[in-house]
Design a protein around this ligand. Structure first.
Ligand SMILES: NC(=O)c1ccc[n+]([C@@H]2O[C@H](COP(=O)([O-])OP(=O)(O)OC[C@H]3O[C@@H](n4cnc5c(N)ncnc54)[C@H](OP(=O)(O)O)[C@@H]3O)[C@@H](O)[C@H]2O)c1
Length: 253
């Protein structure tokens, strides 16, 4: 009998903020495509459900806590191929004149410092793979501003600056750097932004057809599965019903 070739070792993908929305959909899409997915978030019950559904592995992760990041990283293999920095979100919609310090600090901690912490911790393992890839989930809020969005747009602009800086600093190393910048996606994003006010959150998407988390996961999967020499710098993806952060088309009910 002819010897069979050993099965290729799956590429290891880390997804932060995988307990809901874009992160959960991305973990599922990557697992279905054959990646060995390691998911992290604070709500481990949600991660357990995701693992049952997709076969991914998981560990608790709070990207704002250095000790939690270290404990999460300790669960990962020595070689990592893909890091999806997705954990993040917005808090509040107050104008700058009424800005809430705590909200601004937490948005910066999660979207910016969280992305920095995971990237810094995993870069050696990404480089060790000989073919690493960092995908940061930014937002159109990294390109645009809107009234009430000062804290979130400042954080996403900063995350975008971090992404672009990394691409310059790592030039010549075996690692790709991608930003995925979605517009309106219907997830738990608005529920979190409005502190659990479901009615207010639903209003964000009323009368229009938003992107789904799976639409964004599809962009991430596509960027992550191009040949190694192809770096997708950024993908800006919006619903057809949205032209900018402030221009959306809503159908009358
Ligand atoms: N929805 C949109 O319209 C939209 C548009 C553009 C960009 N984005 C970006 O897409 C990313 C995902 O958001 P989403 O829309 O999927 O919202 P979501 O459903 O609220 O998911 C956010 C995820 O981030 C995790 N997370 C939050 N704080 C965390 C922390 N301190 N440590 C670890 N994980 C944390 C949450 O998990 P736990 O709470 O369990 O920790 C959750 O899994 C965010 O970066 C967001 O800014 C969203």
């Amino acid at each position: 009998m002819e010897p069979t070739a050993p099965a290729a070792t799956p590429r290891v993908a880390i997804v932060t903020g995988a307990s809901s929305g874009i992160g959960a959909a991305t973990a599922a899409a990557l697992a279905a495509a054959g990646f060995d997915v390691r998911a992290g978030a604070r709500r481990v019950d949600r991660l357990a459900e995701l693992a049952g559904r997709t076969g991914c592995r998981f560990a608790p992760l709070d990207v704002t806590e250095p000790a939690s990041v270290a404990a999460f990283v300790a669960t990962l293999p020595a070689t990592v191929h893909l890091l999806v920095n997705n954990a993040g979100g917005a808090l509040g919609l107050e104008p700058v004149a009424e800005a809430n310090d705590d909200f601004w600090r937490r948005m910066y901690e999660t979207n910016v410092l969280g992305t920095m912490r995971l990237t810094r911790a995993l870069l050696p393992r990404l480089l060790a793979s000989g073919d690493g890839h960092v995908v940061n989930v930014g937002s159109i809020a990294g390109f645009e501003t809107y009234p009430g969005g000062g804290g979130y747009t400042a954080a996403k602009h900063a995350e975008r600056a971090l992404t672009r800086t990394l691409r310059l600093e790592l030039l010549g190393q075996p690692v790709r750097i991608t930003e995925i910048a979605p517009g309106l996606v219907e997830t738990e994003f608005s529920l979190v932004r409005f502190a659990g006010d479901a009615e207010r959150a639903a209003g964000v998407y009323r009368g229009l057809e938003p992107l789904t988390a799976a639409d964004v996961a599809d962009c991430i999967l596509w960027a992550a599965t191009r040949p190694s020499h192809v770096n997708i710098d950024e993908i800006v993806v919006r619903p057809r019903d949205q032209a900018s952060a402030v221009a959306v088309h809503r159908r009358p009910r």
